[in-house]
Structures are given as structure tokens and as C-alpha cells.
Ligand binder design. Structure first.
Ligand SMILES: [Zn+2]
Length: 429
């Protein structure tokens, strides 16, 4: 008898859930409806034309064709006719290094909010991974967003990156002085607690300190960029990976060279933060090592021309072509790609060209959409809440003016950015 009751209640329950998933009723609590757009629920599904999304609080409660989803009367409706809707985008490589983010705890909310729009949310990003900045400052920025004071994206951060001992005072770039760094508009390096480590025990100490302070991952420079690059010993990279993984946190590597890439991959880093065009094309052995390690790649194809913006144009052409070739080879090897641009170090924020170059490297629209949604959500352990448009997941949505399956540049033309059911960016166009 008890078993019969149990079966009966399961049947009833699944019936209720089924109806709810189809959105035909029980949506009386929904407060917001997106009506009339083409919905790419995931990169692998055909779009739902003339669709409806119902949102209750911070969650999606129904997704379907307009004919099958009843929109409760009296709720807020955003007319999405002619627009394209996807899950909220991730930018898995950016920084809060520019001076304008300094003093995030005390900057006026309106100012921070506008800065977040300019760099992030106007391009549809609802989740970002800050792959090094001043952690104490970035944490305060995040706290103000999470408290609801400021409209902004979900921020994950590695905090300060770990560098080899003996690296130049200005660790990110070729210029050796902190003054040069400051002249470029970045916040003072002396305010940051940048670990410079010589051996595994120093690396473990630095990693534990960062992770204890609440960072979401670790970032290391396998080899520093520029002339006379300094490398981290293999044992240090291995120690950092072990420490990150012991807390269930991803480890990002700035590879710089072929040697830095191989050392990172062999040590088991989760994400290569860049291609390495300075190394020349990736051969079979490099690709095999990457594939075997199951690493994810952030291409940052636009960065290379930007880095050489003051040099002869043919140099930039060559570097960009090599980077595009590396991504092409990686995609052919079925490697995982995460979208990321390095904005916040790079001051050109518009991702349009990055999308165009990814397409030039042979990535299809579904593959690029995956790099913006499902791939990072899975890689960073958030696939139950983020990365898809489905009942029960967070209402993080990017609404585009045009269909990116027809022109990939449409991914950068955003009409609305919605996070947790709230519009955090709305285009004035
Ligand atoms: Zn970067």
C-alpha cells in the first residue's frame, strides 16, 4: 500500500513538473516574460522561433514556443520580436587592473556601474573570470555587486597571479619599470601582493594564502612575456596545480612560449589563458599533449595585434595569422575553447573582432556559442545553474539585435543583458 502511494505520488509529481517545464500553467508567480524572440536554448539545439521565456525572481520557469507557453496577465513583458536570445555570456579572461577600478570600496555606485557596462555588460557578459588583479579590491567590487547595490556580472577571480622570482618589476609586460605600467593607466603594482616564488614550498604558501582569502582559482605565469622571459620551475607549476585542485579550484596558465605551454599542460593546468603565436605553429606533439591533458584554451586572438599596435603592421599580421592557425588546429583536434579577450589589460573592449577571428579559425556559430556559455559553465562547475536557457536555471540571458548564426559579429550587438532576472544593461538603440 505504501509503495502504491509512493508510485502514485511520483506520478503526480512528475506530471506537475512536466507541466511546469512546458510552461502551460503554474506560472502564476512569474514576474517577467520575454516574448517573441528566437531562443538558442543551448549550442546544440535548433532555435525556438517566436518563443517565450518566463522568469520568476532569479530563475527561468518556462521556455517554449509562444503557442505553448501561457503568459500570465499583468506581468512585465519585454517584446523580443526580431531579437535573438541566448544564455548569458561568459568572458573567461579579463582583469580589473586599470586604475579606474582602484578603491572599488568607495567609488560612487553610479560610476562603477557605468564602468562595468562599458567593459562588460554592454557586450552581454553576465559571468566573468578575472584572471588576476588586486584581490582585495576585486573582492570589494564583487561584494557591492552581490549586495545588489551595483548592477554587474558574476565575478570569479584568481586574485594576484603567481610569477617566477627574478621576473621584471613590471611582470605583465616587456617594460621593466613600474612607472611605465602606471603610465599605461594601470593601478600601482605596489598596492598588490604579487607572489614571486622560487620553489615549490614558496608556491604552496602563496597559493594557500590566496585560496584562504577566497579566490576562485589560481593564475600562474609559466614564462614571463617579453625578452629575457623568466620561467617557473616545473615543480612550482605542479605544486600550484595540486594546491588549486585540492580545493576544487581551476588553475590558469599564461604560457607565453612552447616550453611554458608544455610545462603547464604536463603539470595539469585547467586553462591556457592564451594562444602562443610567438612560438610558431603548434605541431602534432604539442596538440597531442594538450588533448591528452584535457586542457581548455582561451584564444585571445585580438590581443596580439593590440600588443603590437605601435609596431610595423606586417608583424601584427604575422602574429595574428599564427594565433588563428593555432586555434584552427586546436578546434580540428576537438579541443575545448573558452571565450576570453583579456579586456581590463587590453583597453579595447569591443569583442566583435574576436568573434570574427574565431570564425576565421573555422569555429562555427554553435562552437563559438558553446565557448561563451556551456563550456565555461561546465569547466567552472556551474553547469546546473548557468550556460543554458532552461526551466530551473538562473535567469542569465543575453539578447541580441541580430541572428549570430547568419553573421557572427551579431554576438557583440547586444540589446539587453539580464542577470538573475534583472536587466543589468539595456541598449539605447
Ligand atoms: Zn590577461
Amino acid at each position: 500500500m505504501r509503495r502504491t502511494l509512493l508510485i502514485l505520488s511520483v506520478v503526480i509529481l512528475s506530471g506537475v513538473l512536466g507541466t511546469r517545464a512546458l510552461g502551460q500553467s503554474l506560472n502564476t508567480n512569474a514576474q517577467l516574460a520575454l516574448v517573441g524572440g528566437s531562443i538558442y536554448a543551448s549550442p546544440t539545439e535548433e532555435p525556438i522561433r517566436n518563443g517565450v521565456i518566463l522568469i520568476d525572481g532569479d530563475k527561468i520557469v518556462a521556455v517554449g514556443r509562444r503557442a505553448s507557453v501561457r503568459v500570465p496577465r499583468g506581468i512585465n513583458v519585454i517584446d523580443c520580436t526580431g531579437l535573438t536570445i541566448t544564455a548569458g555570456f561568459w568572458n573567461s579572461h579579463l582583469h580589473f587592473l586599470e586604475r579606474k577600478w582602484s578603491d572599488a570600496a568607495t567609488l560612487p555606485a553610479s560610476e562603477l556601474s557605468r564602468q562595468l557596462q562599458t567593459m562588460i555588460t554592454q557586450y552581454g557578459f553576465t559571468s566573468v573570470f578575472d584572471t588576476w588583479s588586486m584581490w582585495e579590491n576585486t573582492r570589494r567590487l564583487r561584494d557591492r555587486i552581490e549586495s545588489g547595490e551595483i548592477a554587474g556580472p558574476r565575478i570569479r577571480s584568481t586574485g594576484e597571479a603567481t610569477f617566477p622570482k627574478g621576473a621584471p618589476a613590471n611582470p605583465q609586460m616587456q617594460m621593466a619599470t613600474q612607472a611605465a605600467w602606471g603610465a599605461l593607466g594601470f593601478m600601482p603594482l605596489e598596492r598588490m601582493q604579487i607572489p614571486r616564488v622560487a620553489d615549490a614550498s614558496e608556491a604552496i604558501e602563496a597559493a594557500r594564502k590566496l585560496l584562504d582569502q577566497g579566490t576562485d582559482g589560481l593564475k600562474l605565469y609559466a614564462v614571463t612575456p617579453g625578452r629575457n622571459g623568466v620561467a617557473l620551475p616545473d615543480s612550482v607549476i605542479q605544486a600550484l596545480v595540486k594546491e588549486g585542485h585540492s580545493r576544487g579550484k581551476p588553475v590558469f596558465a599564461h604560457p607565453t612560449s612552447a616550453a611554458g605551454l608544455m610545462a603547464s599542460v604536463r603539470a595539469g593546468v585547467d586553462v591556457l589563458a592564451h594562444t602562443t603565436p610567438q612560438s610558431g605553429p603548434w605541431d602534432e606533439s604539442v596538440l597531442a599533449a594538450m588533448t591528452q591533458a584535457g586542457v581548455a584554451l582561451i584564444p585571445t586572438l585580438t590581443l596580439w595585434r593590440y600588443e603590437l599596435r605601435h609596431e610595423g603592421i606586417s608583424l601584427a599580421d604575422g602574429l595574428e595569422a599564427t594565433a588563428v592557425g593555432q586555434l584552427r588546429a586546436w578546434v580540428l583536434a576537438r579541443g575545448e575553447v573558452l571565450f576570453g579577450t583579456d579586456v581590463g589589460y587590453m583597453t579595447a573592449y569591443d569583442p566583435t573582432e574576436e568573434y570574427a577571428l574565431m570564425a576565421e579559425a573555422g569555429m562555427t556559430f554553435p562552437q563559438i556559442l558553446a565557448s561563451l556559455t556551456t563550456a565555461p559553465a561546465e569547466r567552472f562547475g556551474a553547469s546546473k545553474q548557468l550556460g543554458r536557457v532552461a526551466p530551473g536555471v538562473a535567469a542569465d540571458l543575453t539578447i541580441l539585435r541580430n541572428d549570430p548564426s547568419k553573421d557572427i559579429r551579431a554576438l557583440a550587438a547586444v540589446q539587453y543583458t539580464i542577470r538573475d532576472g534583472k536587466v543589468i544593461y539595456r541598449s539605447s538603440r
